[in-house]
Design a protein around this ligand. Structure first.
Ligand code: IPE
Ligand code: IPE
Ligand code: MG
Length: 244
């Protein structure tokens, strides 16, 4: 029996966030350069996007490049930036055919010009799609996002003589208008957050798998969803209270 049939479609996470990790090690296992891992990771992006949309997930957010990833060797960074441009260009038609909207979060203005422009073009061409929002976190880090939000609030300080509320503050984050992820998946066996969505993951269920990102399949995604569905989310209450 396929794992998919075990999923309760009435209890799907609306938003799944993913840290796509392990491309470099996947390439190393094959005695190939790290960038070979990145190009093979694109297939997993395609499969998981299709899989999430088919299931009925509304938001899929993928960590593609952190602000810390600039510290990598220039050749790797340059290849990744080119890969983003190529992939967005190549996948636009499929995104539109599948009614998927492309978004990007992060410090986009500081990306190389062609990467920035291809993202803007991709977002513009898919802006009316409604089935699922695919968000790429690019040149993103949660600490950058939070400090950026604080700076925007300070610019608007005259609007908030009493200080900002939780909801007002959230409206300045990159993820404004998106619900918080109920589920966060990290591949490659690392058990850390690496500066991803620190605010938004406050109550997310975390799922870690040893599978390296280029090997991550639809079945692996179903396993993560099934794990999510087996958990009791308490949000500070007691188990007895949430069972009522
Ligand atoms: C994730 O894979 C992709 C990016 C960070 C861009 P890595 O490149 O981090 O792969 P490992 O962790 O070195 O195996
Ligand atoms: C996190 O992976 C960033 C992305 C997946 C884009 P890293 O491989 O950069 O994280 P660390 O350095 O192992 O924490
Ligand atoms: Mg890594």
């Amino acid at each position: 029996m396929s794992l998919k049939t075990e999923i309760d479609l009435n209890n799907l996470p609306k938003h799944v966030a993913v840290i796509m990790d392990g491309n470099g090690r996947w390439a190393k296992e094959r005695s190939r350069p790290r960038v070979f891992g990145h190009s093979n990771g694109v297939k997993s992006v395609r499969d998981i996007t299709e899989c999430a949309a088919e299931l009925g997930v509304s938001y899929l957010t993928l960590y593609a490049f952190s602000t810390e990833n600039w510290k990598r060797p220039a050749t790797e960074v340059n290849t990744l930036m080119k890969l983003f441009v190529q992939t967005v260009k190549k996948e636009l038609k499929t995104l539109n055919n599948n009614n998927i909207r492309l978004k990007a979060i992060g410090n986009l203005k500081n990306l190389p010009k062609d990467t920035y422009e291809s993202l803007i073009y991709g977002m513009k061409s898919t802006e009316n799609n409604t089935r699922m929002t695919l968000t790429l976190a690019l040149n993103y880090s949660a600490r950058w996002e939070i400090v950026d939000a604080v700076n925007q609030v300070m610019n608007d300080a005259n609007k908030y003589p009493e200080g900002v509320s939780h909801d007002q503050f959230e409206s300045y984050l990159q993820t404004a208008h998106m619900p918080d992820p109920e589920l966060m998946i990290r591949t490659s066996g690392e058990h850390r957050i690496s500066n991803y969505l620190l605010w938004q993951l406050a109550y997310s269920e975390l799922y870690f798998t040893d599978v390296l990102w280029p090997d991550f399949t639809k079945d692996d995604f179903y396993k993560a969803i099934l794990s999510y569905q087996s958990r009791e989310r308490r949000f500070g209450k007691t188990g007895e209270q949430v069972k009522k």
